[in-house]
Design a protein. Structure first.
Length: 138
């Protein structure tokens, strides 16, 4: 997919502030991103991928793809990545995302439900333990 020697991280950085999520297996991570979140792959290779949903962009980086040895060691010690953080994708249909997660065998932390503030949300968990919130305002 890549057209030049720019990495997926470089492409995602063009959007300004971005998340860099370390994943164990790129294929499994991409399956969740595409099938459950409906995210678009802007560019990818075996070590990293730049993803997009609406205006949001983030980078997936394999553990082996990290250029910082101490970070590779650190993520190798972590049992559940992203603990305490929620990655919210505004505009993602929570009912559809929940159904896709269940069908594909991914985790559902909380089923689609209406919130006090008038939105509808589902909390989904990928194979690396990141919590993704499919959220749509009423």
């Amino acid at each position: 997919m890549q057209q030049s020697n720019r990495t997926a991280q470089d492409v995602c950085a063009d959007a300004g502030t971005t998340l860099r999520l370390h994943v164990r297996e790129m294929d499994r991570a991409l399956a969740f991103q595409r099938e459950v979140l409906g995210a678009e792959t802007i560019t990818s290779d075996s070590r990293s991928a730049c993803m997009r949903f609406g205006a949001a962009r983030w980078t997936l980086v394999t553990d082996a793809g990290s250029e910082l040895p101490v970070l590779r060691e650190l993520v190798g010690l972590v049992v559940r990545r992203g603990a305490g953080a929620e990655i919210v994708l505004e505009g993602l249909d929570p009912d559809r995302a929940e159904a896709a997660a269940r069908t594909a065998g991914f985790g559902v932390l909380s089923a689609a439900r209406d919130t006090v503030g008038g939105a509808r949300e589902a909390h989904l968990v990928d194979h690396d333990g990141y919590v993704w919130v499919a959220r749509r305002r009423a």
